[in-house]
Write a protein of this length. Structure first.
Length: 252
């Protein structure tokens, strides 16, 4: 999902470890006309296929063991959005019609520990959105999104996934107050590797990745006051989990 841009806050570069991550992806059948006003000017929604993407990451602050009153788990990080296929000036690709991004926890957590807004910079990696068809089915890869810090409208997004697959039951309800953000592109990260930009590179080891849940028994709930409504049918859904230990952040 996201890689954080640690460079402006170098004192904490060596202390943060991303210890777990989950990804939920639902394929939807939608009415393209309902999204016409939700995409940027000059874009036209050209497909009745859309995707809902939800991600969560858990970060660990290695220094927190020095403080008796702070939990070693630094924080959790949520993001979500609705992807639609669009065309603009002869180019066809995928863009976010709705984007949700939660960072409220980081203000309190970072200030309590003396850090200043470490969440504010999201790493940018240049990868074409046209590759979306391959992201959700390519073994060993995971979907990411890169956002700019725009918009503040609150919204809630939830789903309940309780289908048993392979003897594993994920009874999960995700609802969160999150702010609308504009996403500019998608990023891919392959198993055991990291796609890096010109700023930082994550050194990832002991990566495990698997498709743990899959099914159609999914309910998506949108906040009508914040974003209105749109009609959709859930065609399929995927639930991924990833846990790994990062060897730290290398500043290029």
């Amino acid at each position: 999902m996201q890689n954080f841009r640690y460079v402006p806050y170098e004192p904490i570069v060596g202390n943060i470890r991303k210890v777990g991550e989950t990804v939920f992806l639902a394929e939807l059948a939608v009415n393209p006309a309902e999204f016409a006003s939700r995409v940027p000017e000059g874009f036209q929604v050209v497909s009745d296929k859309a995707y809902v993407v939800m991600t969560e990451a858990v970060l660990r602050d290695e220094k927190s063991k020095d403080y008796d009153f702070i939990n070693p788990i630094y924080s959790q990080y949520y993001s979500a959005g609705v992807l639609v296929e669009a065309e603009a000036r002869g180019h066809r690709g995928w863009t976010y019609a709705l984007r949700y991004f939660d960072r409220d926890w980081a203000v309190m957590e970072s200030r309590a520990k003396g850090f200043d807004a470490f969440y504010a910079h999201i790493r940018t990696t240049r990868f074409p959105t046209e590759m979306i068809d391959f992201y959700h089915i390519q073994e060993g890869s995971r979907l990411k999104a890169v956002a700019t810090d725009e918009g503040t409208r609150p919204i809630s997004l939830g789903f309940d996934a309780d289908q048993i697959v392979g003897g594993v039951n994920f009874d999960f309800l995700f609802t969160n107050r999150i702010g609308l953000r504009k996403v500019v592109q998608l990023v891919e990260e392959r198993k055991g590797e990291s796609v890096c930009d010109d700023i930082t590179r994550e050194l990832i080891t002991k990566t495990r990745y698997g498709e743990c849940w899959r099914g159609r028994d999914v309910q998506l709930i949108f906040d009508e006051k914040a974003v209105g409504t749109f009609s959709y049918e859930v065609k399929n859904a995927f639930w991924f989990m990833m846990g790994y230990q990062a060897g730290g952040i290398e500043v290029l």
